[in-house]
Design a protein. Structure first.
Length: 151
């Protein structure tokens, strides 16, 4: 397996991955929907985004629904992170896309980058992505086994 931090034993790596996925899943399944379904005007108003018409609310609810899907995917992948490699990769890219929207909002929508909600959202999303890159294998285990058998 090709990983960035290769000194961690595989069993410990799996446990760390499960812990990361647990916190990631709770964030995506609980925190993001609370911000986007229950308090959308407060959360996005603090980001400096003009909020008020029905399109804004619809878009915010769509982000909350997407995060619920990613949260459930995290809890599915916790069972066996190596078996659900494609799921973890999808969670990674989905979260990276959400972070890109947050960062893009700063430059395209004029979102204030110094407000706490922008930092909270952007930093946590990027943190989950960085943590999973450090401990999770960059190559699926089944492909590594095939390479070893052929060589």
């Amino acid at each position: 397996m090709v990983v960035l931090i290769s000194s961690i034993p595989n069993k410990l790596r799996i446990k760390i991955t499960k812990i990361i996925l647990l916190f990631w899943g709770v964030y995506m399944l609980v925190i993001v929907p609370i911000n986007h379904f229950l308090f959308p005007a407060w959360f996005h108003g603090d980001m400096g985004i003009p909020f008020g018409d029905s399109f804004d609310l619809w878009a915010v609810w769509l982000i909350g629904a997407y995060s619920i899907g990613l949260g459930f995917a995290c809890f599915i992948a916790i069972r066996d992170p190596m078996r659900y490699y494609a799921t973890v990769v999808e969670i990674f890219f989905g979260t990276l896309a959400m972070a890109a929207v947050t960062i893009g909002g700063i430059y395209l929508l004029g979102t204030n980058p110094y407000l706490w909600t922008t930092w909270f959202t952007g930093i946590l999303l990027i943190l989950f992505c960085v943590l999973i890159i450090l401990v999770y294998p960059l190559t699926p285990e089944k492909y590594v086994k095939v390479d070893k058998e052929t060589n």
